[in-house]
Design a protein around this ligand. Structure first.
Ligand SMILES: Nc1ncnc2c1ncn2[C@@H]1O[C@H](COP(=O)(O)OP(=O)(O)OP(=O)(O)O)[C@@H](O)[C@H]1O
Ligand SMILES: [Mg+2]
Length: 572
């Protein structure tokens, strides 16, 4: 085979593909440019998730007419000039690649004006400059990107649904908005405003806009320095931002928002440093909410390690990760109310928090959940469910049973989920746990779901699935985990993939898939159970070791002790 030098146009497209993977990559590059230009307002509009149109407008310094062509050329940048500069990058961009890459795969128009200058519009198609014409606008830049990947049909085919593409851009803008509270961000999706931050400079205002009032109310400030090992060297890093009190948590890691020098980063190590700070304080399967920025001297961080600049390398990695974990831990541990709850081991005391708590109706007397919290023990961790006498079911959701200590109310869904999860975990990787299907089932997936199923393939195999690609957009299920209830596994697989598809950056597929599967295949609340079914569930709970919480952190069982019952009825 002859080796030939590729046409520059082909080379440009290949390189563009590395930087621009999907609409969110375009949004990221354009918004970063706006921030580098000192913008105080950034407005992003998406049509069809950005697949049809992306418009980013800013009020930054603008691009002068004579700079418009260099701006869209590859390796043309105003941000660094020499190799030395690469070692101390203070801007988000530095490669002079983004605009050229976007231009190569779309139809692009940039309208820009500098202070007291006339505005001009440059139009490009597939990277080729088509025209430069006078325009009108005040200082700032508007970039319009249409028909992304029109000339890369293979790439276009891999775009997900408009909703999924917009949600990625929304996630990114939320992240940047919290890192830049002094900038006002606005996102319009098909004309609807879905995000707006005021740009007041107060990080709490940005957090409220992104996370909502309820979560923001649980945030505690973090501001700590990480000292260098040798005293003479001073401070190695500073960590600032917020973490949420542990009772407020998420089922995924999507609530961990990290930036390094205000650059959003994906970093398994930093995420686990944050989670390390919460160790022992969250239920199984729950993850913290944290908005944290790590400030390190620019020369101690290498941002040039990933084509989309979403990963960084830190010089004093170990030291900084340890410092980050300790900083988080110190804040979480200083929260007294929470510390007491943990010390009470399952005893729920909510202090004097009067927030919308459910109320328990007992005959004529209405007892607030404070009273319930005082009188009822959430079955404690490490405390196993004893042998129980089954009484019945209430509200088609709870199993009532009696044990030595008193009356047990068991959440049927949470308990079943917990049992299934334990079984899946225990059987993981064992061949005998695969149940081959007599007739393989076909599961149709979208391109995005298929991608995800591929990423999770190893985990799915370990859990007991036997899968094969089938046609362009389906998988064939030949085997399912024997641990899951008969006939539920295929449906659970489909639902688990749907549930997981919106989450990116999943770190532990095995665990996440196991949690999703057990939740999906467990009996639901509102389902009438026969005496035998309840008996079987209670028996498997008695056998299971962990009884306290389902994988979403709710209690599986509540115990009303004899003493508590006596007290309720005034016998004590
Ligand atoms: N919104 C904007 N406002 C002002 N100037 C801009 C804007 N967008 C781009 N520019 C100018 O165009 C140049 C090229 O932008 P481009 O994004 O391609 O490269 P970069 O930001 O320098 O590096 P990177 O490829 O890492 O993003 C920038 O260096 C900047 O001078
Ligand atoms: Mg840039």
């Amino acid at each position: 085979m002859a080796i030939v030098q590729l046409d520059p146009e082909v080379v440009a497209k290949i390189a563009a593909g590395e930087v621009i993977e999907r609409p969110v990559s375009v949004v990221k590059e354009l918004v970063e440019n706006a921030l580098d230009a000192g913008a105080k307002r950034v407005r992003v509009e998406l049509v069809a998730g950005g697949c049809d149109l992306i418009r980013v407008a800013d009020d930054g310094c603008g691009i002068a007419e004579e700079e418009l062509v260099p701006a869209v050329q590859r390796h043309a940048t105003s941000k660094i000039a020499s190799l030395d500069d690469l070692g101390r990058i203070a801007t988000l961009g530095f490669r002079g690649e983004a605009l050229a890459s976007i231009a190569a795969v779309s139809e692009m128009a940039i309208t820009s004006a500098v202070e007291n200058g006339a505005a001009h519009t440059i139009r490009l198609l597939g990277g080729e400059v088509k025209s430069i014409t006078p325009a009108s606008r005040s200082r700032g830049t508007t970039v319009v990107v249409e028909r992304i990947f029109f000339n890369l049909p293979a790439r276009r085919k891999y775009l997900r649904s408009a909703a999924s593409e917009s949600s990625q851009s929304a996630q990114l803008l939320s992240h940047l908005a919290m890192a830049y509270p002094d900038v006002s961000f606005e996102l319009l999706v098909d004309g609807r405003r879905t995000l707006f931050t005021p740009g007041s400079g107060d990080p709490m205002d940005a957090a409220v806009a992104v996370l909502g009032r309820e979560v923001s109310a649980a945030l505690m400030p973090v501001d700590a320095t990480v000292q260098a090992r040798s005293p003479g060297e001073g401070v190695a890093a500073r960590v600032t931002g917020y973490v949420a009190r542990p009772p407020v948590s998420r089922p995924t890691r999507s609530g961990i928002w990290l930036t390094v020098n205000r650059r959003p980063v994906r970093s398994r190590a930093l995420v686990s440093a944050v989670e390390g700070g919460f160790e022992g304080l969250l239920m199984v399967g729950r993850h913290p909410i944290a908005v944290l920025d790590l400030q390190v001297p620019p020369w101690e961080v290498d941002v040039n390690v990933h084509p989309t600049k979403s990963e960084v390398r830190l010089l004093r990695e170990r030291l900084i990760y340890g410092g980050m974990r300790d900083a988080v831990r110190a804040v979480v541990a200083s929260d007294e109310r929470w510390a007491q709850e943990v010390a009470g081991l399952g005893r729920v005391e909510h202090g004097s928090d009067p927030v919308d708590e459910p109320r328990l109706q007992l005959g004529d007397a209405e007892v607030g959940s404070h009273a319930l919290a005082r009188t009822a023990d959430v079955v404690g961790s490490g405390r196993r469910i004893p042998i129980l006498r089954l009484i019945g079911q209430v509200a088609q959701s709870y199993i009532v049973a009696e044990g030595e200590a008193g009356l047990y109310l068991i959440d049927q869904h949470a308990a079943h989920e917990r049992v299934l999860l334990e079984r899946l975990r225990r059987a993981m990787g064992r061949e005998e746990q695969v149940q081959l299907l007599l007739e393989p089932a076909v599961v149709d997936l979208t391109a995005g779901q298929l991608e995800l199923a591929r990423a999770a393939l190893g985990a799915l195999e370990e859990l007991g699935f036997r899968l094969e690609p089938f046609g362009e957009s389906s998988i064939l299920v030949r085997g399912v985990p024997a641990q899951l209830p008969q006939g539920m596994a295929v449906k659970a697989l489909r639902e688990a993939i749907e549930e997981l598809v919106e989450e990116r950056g999943i770190l532990d597929w095995r665990e996440r898939v196991a949690v999703a599967l057990s939740c999906r295949s467990a009996v639901k609340a509102g389902q009438v159970l026969s005496h035998e079914e309840m008996r079987a569930l209670v028996e498997s709970l008695e056998e299971a070791d962990i009884t306290q919480h389902c994988s979403h952190g709710r209690p599986t069982a509540v115990l009303l002790s004899h003493t508590q019952l006596e007290r309720e009825f005034g016998r004590r």
